[in-house]
Design a protein around this ligand. Structure first.
Ligand SMILES: Cc1cc2nc3c(=O)[nH]c(=O)nc-3n(C[C@H](O)[C@H](O)[C@H](O)COP(=O)(O)O)c2cc1C
Length: 180
């Protein structure tokens, strides 16, 4: 398999995850860096992937720690892993847009608004579990759009594992094989 086909296979998996129920790429891990330089990671839902622009979209609460960290340092990584395919993708990204899409938020059903509408900010300590209050009118919904700068694709297989690195150099995507 050549580099271009390998990359295209990885991108296809990203696109499939948006519509295929239970696809593991739907739940990647987003890593950001705190002000004190420590890494922070959390699972998120991939909401969109634009293969032409190489952009990723996730939804979150604008008051969350990840947003504060991205405001300070827009560089992040997104890790995808498919345990059946033994395929791992680590994408170096940069936050390019933070969109408080109020029209989109307004049309969400309340059960989905909940994730962005707690009265107190995410991460606030709670005395008793399940005593969260919501204010659906003043949600803190935000779409985060990340642009890819580099993909590292690793496929474990016999007889040789395969690792490809794809980077944007002067607006062009270039790939090379790496020792896995
Ligand atoms: C399966 C799963 C999916 C999740 N999806 C999202 C998501 O799409 N957006 C989000 O902000 N948090 C999501 N979370 C919660 C985050 O992992 C995290 O706990 C939360 O966003 C707070 O992170 P932060 O304090 O680092 O910002 C998800 C958690 C799980 C377990």
């Amino acid at each position: 398999m050549d580099l271009a086909s390998f990359f295209s296979k990885c991108e296809k998996a990203l696109v499939s995850s948006l519509t295929e129920k239970g696809h593991p790429f739907r739940y990647p891990v987003l890593a950001t860096t705190a002000k004190n330089h420590t890494p922070n990671m959390r699972t998120v839902v991939l909401r969109a992937y634009d293969a032409a622009e190489k952009t990723f979209c996730i939804y979150t609460d604008a008051r969350s720690q990840k947003v504060e960290e991205l405001d300070h340092n827009p560089s992040a990584k997104i890790l995808f892993y498919d345990p059946q395919q033994l395929l791992q993708l680590v994408v170096s990204v940069r936050l390019i847009f933070k969109i408080a899409d109020s029209d989109f938020y307004a049309q969400l059903p309340e059960k989905l608004k909940k994730d962005y509408a707690t009265v107190r900010a995410p991460g606030t300590p709670l005395e008793v579990a399940d005593t969260v209050e919501y204010d659906f009118d003043s949600g803190h919904f935000v779409k985060l759009i990340f642009e890819a700068e580099q993909f590292e694709c690793l496929k474990l297989q016999r007889p040789h594992h395969r690792k490809g690195q794809f980077s944007k150099v002067h607006q062009k995507w270039e790939g090379r094989w790496l020792i896995p």
